[in-house]
Design a protein around this ligand. Sequence first.
Ligand code: NAP
Length: 264
Amino acid sequence: MELHLKGKVAVVTGASKGIGLAVVEGLVREGAKVVAGSRTSTPELDALAAAHDVSVVSVDLSTAEGAEALVRAAVERHGRIDILVNNVGAAEPRESFLKVTDEDWQKVFGVTFFSAVRASRAALPHLLAAEGASIVNISSINARLPFPMVVDYSAAKAALTNLNKALSEEFAPQGVRVNAVSPGPVRTPFWTAPGGFADATAAAAGTTAQEALDVVVPQSMGIASGRITEAHEVADLTLFLASPLAGNITGAEIVIDGGQIKTL
Ligand SMILES: NC(=O)c1ccc[n+]([C@@H]2O[C@H](COP(=O)([O-])OP(=O)(O)OC[C@H]3O[C@@H](n4cnc5c(N)ncnc54)[C@H](OP(=O)(O)O)[C@@H]3O)[C@@H](O)[C@H]2O)c1
């Protein structure tokens, strides 16, 4: 399917690994130009930058300045922005709500919610000036499945899904579509990094991290398809929503969770 993204300028937050990296890969495959933001780069992102029009920008998106610096870098390099993918987000496994401090809440909201507020605010003047521009917010099924293990993250994603709708209401009439993608568990470093959710699940179930992701998580979370989602599958959906093929889709939240959410 031709997505008509050739030559478009896209800003991707949290771009060095996982879903963000898969979005960058998909965008360059379609001929888009990418400005990729994260604190550090990876060999995979560096390889994309060496072969395609990908600018790697080192920014801490949990800070007020980070998102602005990323958007500024995109405008300085390309003079415009057509697509913003608010992908960055982070969570830590929590034992109990009672142990989550103010600092923890602020950290998770900073990187998961305020990063999107700030990147959108900085990018919107440029998106409004472009033809057929759009924002895709990578939210989560936790926006409506508030698990105690990720109590702060779930609340931040609920705020992001809410913001998604408000931005669509204000800016779709002016030509900028705004949509959210809400994945269930996705095989990325978010789960697989040492000490991450795969290790925590494996320890609780008395198994390996691999087995936890392939068997325990799908079964215990009721994932109807029997498997977790792959990063490239989230990227494909994101690219579709960003493309003119989704030209009359705005204010939507598309869930990609293998049938984990059971309600209509
Ligand atoms: N994986 C899942 O199961 C899942 C499910 C639902 C939703 N999501 C959402 O999908 C998005 C991407 O998740 P993922 O699984 O791909 O995460 P990931 O594998 O942990 O990758 C996170 C990316 O964000 C960057 N990042 C983290 N903190 C940052 C900061 N302060 N400033 C700038 N960049 C930062 C990381 O690079 P650096 O560390 O170098 O900065 C990395 O590139 C997140 O919003 C997440 O909440 C994930």
